[in-house]
Design a protein around this ligand. Structure first.
Ligand code: ASP
Ligand code: MG
Length: 381
């Protein structure tokens, strides 16, 4: 029986015509080995950011439905061009939008969650011997509205399709796998051969851009091993979820692009408001004064200034802070990791959160990089 693989190529791997042709050649080579292929693509290069800034030029707070209509165009461009590039190589290919691929989501525009994948149409085309190209990052709701899955959501498309098709899952990007820290911030960072789902999920939701957090959550639920590899080199990359050996701290990551909403009143009121605004937070912390702090990544807040103007009474925003997160297993076994990390960060820590899998420190944005390096050096390298 032919085996099926879902390969996902990120925005920088399809950034121009030349790169698209390289991806097409890669896909052809895999097909020639006898594989059946579904290829998920992101928008070319910075297209999504460019579309977002175009929207901002006409509206301070665009309706989320229309934003989704706009943003889904990015992936449509890539899918059609890749299909053309494959036809050039005499590989039969067909491109589908998220909705044509049967990716059914809830109706939360801009941050929809996949609830079901009805991939009969993809299966039919695979049986006909075609390579199926799917536009990542998008789906359709039960109300038949076009939705997007949140920034970096093409990874989720790939994992969801691999689960539905019983296929292997490979995610290609500019980096050759998952590192113990961002090598641009921590030069001594090491590539990991494997990492567990839980640890990867924590790293991704704490700011590591190499994989989307929801994609990892999906893979974990469905038991799908994700192979994160480089588009350019032949290495084995990192296997996510493949019997990784637990260790103490596995990686350190950070996120400077966050807003932290602070509640002076009851935390419940803050959470209710975040839900009304459809803001998905990352971590809930408490500071020394006992105030509740919700960390919200800015990438999914599409009109931050409009939001600031709507802050309810008793809620304020910190816009000059960032988080540094250590991820591993058994971090609460004896609290020695937390003690060392807090000791290193000293008085700079504004608030913290610790669990078995992670330790997150909230610090001034200007300190994020230095603290990331210091923690990597002390706890990993
Ligand atoms: N193009 C979208 C983004 O930039 C989705 C993705 O790249 O996965 O967030
Ligand atoms: Mg992108």
């Amino acid at each position: 029986m032919t085996r099926t693989v879902v390969q996902k190529f990120g925005g920088s791997s399809v950034a121009d015509a030349e790169k698209l042709r390289k991806v097409a050649a890669r896909v052809k080579a895999r097909r020639d080995e006898g594989w059946s292929l579904v290829v998920v693509v992101s928008a070319m290069g910075d297209t999504t950011d460019e579309l977002l800034s175009m929207a901002r030029r006409v509206s301070d707070d665009p309706p989320r439905r229309e934003l989704d209509m706009l943003l889904t165009c990015g992936e449509r461009i890539s899918m059609a061009l890749l299909s053309m590039a494959l036809h050039e190589l005499e590989v039969p290919a067909i491109s589908f939008t998220g909705s044509q691929s049967g990716i059914i989501t809830d109706s939360t525009h801009a941050q929809a969650r996949i609830i079901e994948v009805k991939c009969a149409r993809i299966e039919e085309e695979l049986e006909r011997g075609k390579v199926v190209i799917v536009a990542g990052y998008q789906g359709v709701s039960k109300q038949r509205e076009v939705t997007t899955l949140g920034r970096g959501g093409s990874d989720t498309t790939a994992v969801a399709l691999a689960a539905a098709l019983g296929a292997d899952c490979e995610i290609y990007s500019d980096v050759d796998g998952v590192y113990s820290a961002d090598p641009r911030v921590v030069p001594s960072a090491r590539k990991l051969e494997s990492i567990g789902f839980e640890e990867m999920q924590e790293l991704a939701s704490a700011g590591a851009k190499v994989l989307n957090a929801q994609a990892v959550e999906f893979a974990r639920e469905k038991g799908i091993v994700i192979h994160a590899r480089s588009t350019h080199t032949g290495g084995t990359g990192t296997a996510i979820g493949a019997g990784a050996v637990p260790s103490r701290v596995k990686g350190v990551t950070s996120e400077a692009d966050v807003w932290v909403f602070v509640s002076t009143g009851p935390a419940g009121a803050l959470l209710d408001w975040l839900d009304v605004e459809q803001l998905k937070g990352r971590t809930l912390l408490a500071d020394a004064a006992g105030r509740a702090l919700a960390v919200v990544p800015l990438q999914d807040v599409h009109a931050p200034e409009a939001l600031r103007a709507r802050l309810p009474v008793g809620v304020s925003v910190l816009d000059d802070v960032g988080t540094v997160t250590c991820v591993g297993t058994g971090l609460n076994a004896d609290w020695s990791v937390a003690r060392r990390a807090l000791g290193l960060a000293g008085a700079e820590v504004l608030a913290s959160y610790a669990s078995a899998l992670q330790l997150t420190l909230l610090v001034k944005r200007a300190q994020v990089k230095a603290l990331t390096r210091a923690l990597h050096e002390a706890l990993i390298a």
